[in-house]
Design a protein around this ligand. Sequence first.
Ligand code: DAH
Length: 343
Amino acid sequence: MAREDASTLENLDTLRKKIFSDLESATDSAALESFRIKYLGKKGALRALLKGLKNIPAERRKEYGARANQLRAETEQAFSSRTRQKKARGDQQSSPFDPSLPGYPFPHGSIHPLTKIRNEIRDIFISMGFDVAYGPDVESDFYNFAALNFPPHHPARDMQDTFLVSPEVVLRTHTSPVQIRIMEEQQPPIRCIMPGRVYRHEEISSRSYCIFHQVEGLYVDRDVSFADLKGTLLWFARRFFDEKTHIKIRPSFFPFTEPSVEIDIECFLCKGAGCSVCKQSGWLEILGAGMVHPNVLASGGIDSEHYTGFAFGMGIERIALLKYTIDDIRLFFENDIRFLRQF
Ligand code: DAH
């Protein structure tokens, strides 16, 4: 480090300028430390000035000494104030929390539309005194078919394209097998809904998917009649869709119910006048239902001489498509955030 030659008063002024310009440009702690060593350290320039006093001619020594001391005091003061400033700024920068920064939004999830619909359906039935039960997705042929009155090789099995795990084990094609499991565990009165995922080996299109969801319902007790079925499902449709909605009951066929029906609701978009959603019919099919077949009660260990029951099954996707007027079932399974955000 070149020692400043400040043996004259002019040189003292030059040194002063140099000191303050060096201090000005010392912006980080390393530069400040070099500055301290260069000017204020034991072998620093300002010490050297005072040591050099003896070489100054006697008549100028007093003034020179006073000016040199003053320069040292000023330098020390300026240095410590600069160090304090730097520290304050540094503390601010390294703080993990800067309250002056603008906020940023936290992305948050939302309830999937299918879950929403399922919860609404569930809550309506709970309010009518139904329990909620679940069964396995991987089912035996017995629960999925045989116990539900589908004889082996019966053509009714073709109504549901089945994914086989092995000849005796399937991915359940509907939630109806849970009816049997409930009846095995419980004696009447039974009032239960059974939501769940089901699987069918169907061609994928905007109308059908290989996975979908159903809510099954079962009510078994003494003297349960078709009027109870009708009243319960009308009440449900009015709570879920529109309090003035009408339902239409059409005869149908399911092996596990006799008689079997399908239930339509009046189209809630056009109020029955006919529109593209109801294909101009004014009606929308929402579920299958019927009086539980005596063979099915027997499979569940329930005496069909004393008890009767009704059952129903509805597709959650179908109801969600209708309720939200969505035209492609695949949207429910793609989890595209732009779709999900709308619910
Ligand atoms: N399991 C039938 C299906 O997937 C739906 C169904 C119809 C369920 C009538 C029932 C019922 O409980 O009684 O197509």
